[in-house]
Design a protein around this ligand. Structure first.
Ligand code: NAP
Length: 498
């Protein structure tokens, strides 16, 4: 294994070979890069299709973009920040945080920006990954996908959409310096992103139509600024910061009980949300339109204290008739035609599709898309059988509906580092998870998913693929995932030696 070989590119040229190639410089790619740096395995490179780092927190710049998990938990445990300005971090603050991590661990020189992975192919003869990128080919012994799940915008299929005369864009592609004053706007979708930007833009617009297909469950957002004294406590009393994170962790962790089948807790949470709606919306007909008709948590639970009041503004109309088409500058729904200048798609991301379309070819020329044609099996969302020396961060069934996904990222990075350490110590050329181990894991996960709200909550969501199979969510506690991945069960792997 090439280790600490002082690979440190001095210019923007893309090297022909690295030991570890990481695709994506979001939270997960950076987390792995930090760990490689700390363990002095410097022959690694991150390729990044964008012009800057940060993944989803670079791309999503819509007004009001923020995280719905508190900053002190939605951050790396080994890179705490003492001076978060609010309980829930805004996009700029999170993006800065990731930039600071890259600076602190001198990672920017390890990232090749504007470099898109086109395909990756395992070569058995030289036991290397051959990765084609937009700027040239790279070989790597270890290949890691850190591309995240939320990066391919999903657009609705609406008849006549191409005839729209005004401006139309996705929430993840928000134009810089956009002025919506005096404009007539249509927002399609009422998911996690839309409920954040609708309250921000509504006061500026002449008219805002919000097209809702499914009413979301919304909980109050108990956000607050973090004052000077508390910041000082975080800074000078690390114990206080640890205790705060610990408290947040368990508060969010316990939400898994409700989502995984505890009906009493789920009903209690639904009651809080219903009271939130009743308190904030007095008009009966509007309230009726906003009442969810599926179990809470089946789709992502939203938090907002200004979304409902915004819908009650005189210049805002909640439209629940489904859109039948777009004609010129009009959106047609039912018998109504609404003239708009701008359409904003808050319609989410193609999660399962982006996974399945990854052009990665493993042993015997079999691609990931073929492996995942009917099911999406993996081993802890980290490895896939038949794809030696290939690791994923936030792979299938490792997303969360209840806690900070950064916890899952750290567990996976730890696991990968263990694998790399073991390979080095035992002089292994390849590791590949055994098909039987993968099947056992996959069956167990699908079985565990059955009683959960994601499977039986009466809704469709991006957690599921086109067949309704949940390919995104970890059905349990994060501490359980951390426990199960704390060691590498080497019996579950086939290995070859150097
Ligand atoms: P989303 O939650 O998937 O919401 C998409 C919205 O668009 C839904 O209301 C959906 O309606 C609607 N929609 C989709 N296709 C449609 C169509 N053809 N016609 C009409 N409506 C359509 O997407 P998002 O708001 O971009 O959020 C995606 C994910 O990003 C979230 O679930 C969350 O994990 C993450 N996110 C996180 C944060 C955070 O704070 N951590 C913030 C923003 C986003 P249906 O419900 O009927 O499908």
């Amino acid at each position: 294994m090439t280790q600490s070989n002082a690979f440190e590119p001095q210019n923007d040229a893309v090297p022909r070979h690295v030991d570890v190639l990481i695709v994506g410089s979001g939270f997960s790619g950076l987390c792995l890069a930090v760990r490689l740096r700390q363990s002095r395995q410097d022959s690694f490179l991150i390729i990044e299709k964008g012009a800057d780092l940060g993944g989803t927190w670079r791309d999503n710049r819509y007004p009001g973009c923020a995280c719905d998990i508190p900053s002190h938990l939605y951050s790396l445990s080994f890179a705490p920040r003492n001076n978060w300005s609010r309980l829930y971090p805004s996009q700029p603050e999170l993006w800065n945080y990731l930039g600071d991590i890259a600076d602190q661990y001198e990672l920017r020189c390890k990232i090749r920006f504007n470099t898109e992975m086109q395909s990756a192919r395992w070569d058995e003869a030289d036991a290397l990954w051959h990765v084609a990128t937009s700027v040239g080919a790279i070989t790597a012994r270890i290949f890691v996908s850190a591309i995240g799940a939320l990066h391919v915008p999903a657009y609705p299929k609406i008849a006549g959409i191409e005839t729209f005369a005004g401006r139309a864009f996705h929430s993840a592609d928000w134009p810089a310096n956009l002025d919506l004053s005096g404009k007539r706007i249509a927002v399609i979708g009422t998911g996690a992103s839309a409920v954040q930007f609708i309250p921000e833009i509504a006061p500026k617009t002449e008219k805002l139509y919000v097209f809702q297909r499914t009413p979301p469950w919304v909980m109050p957002k108990l956000d607050r600024s973090i004052g000077r004294w508390e910041t000082l406590l975080f800074r000078f009393l690390p114990g206080y910061r640890h205790a705060f994170r610990f408290w947040l962790y368990w508060y969010y962790e316990l939400r898994a009980l409700a989502l995984n089948g505890n009906q009493k807790l789920l009903k209690t949470a639904e009651g809080i949300s219903r009271r939130h709606l009743a308190r904030q919306v007095s008009e009966r007909s509007l309230r009726a339109k906003l009442k969810p008709h599926y179990r809470m948590g089946c789709k992502r639970i939203l938090i907002s204290s200004d979304y409902y009041p915004t819908l009650a503004r005189p210049n805002v109309e909640l439209v629940t008739e489904s859109i039948s088409g777009i004609s010129g500058d009009e959106i047609v729904s039912g018998k109504n035609r609404r003239r708009v200048d701008v359409i904003i798609f808050g319609t989410g991301f193609d999660v399962s599709g982006s996974l399945k379309r990854l052009s990665v070819t493993g042993r015997n020329g079999v691609g990931l898309s073929a492996t995942w044609q009917t099911d999406v099996p993996s081993y802890y969302g980290i490895c896939v059988s038949g794809f030696p020396n290939f690791f994923m961060l936030l792979g299938p069934n490792t997303g969360l509906g209840h806690n900070s996904v950064v916890i899952m990222i750290e567990a996976q990075v730890k696991y990968i580092m263990r694998c790399l350490g073991f390979m080095r110590r035992k002089h292994l050329k390849t590791i590949d998870v055994k098909p039987a181990a993968q099947t056992n894991f996959y069956r167990k996960i699908q079985e565990q998913l059955k009683p959960t709200v994601w499977q039986s909550g009466g809704c469709r969501s991006w957690y599921q693929d086109e067949k309704g199979q949940n390919v995104s969510i970890w059905p349990g506690f994060t501490f359980d995932y951390r426990w199960q991945t704390r060691r590498v069960a080497w019996d579950d792997y086939s290995v070859t030696r150097n």
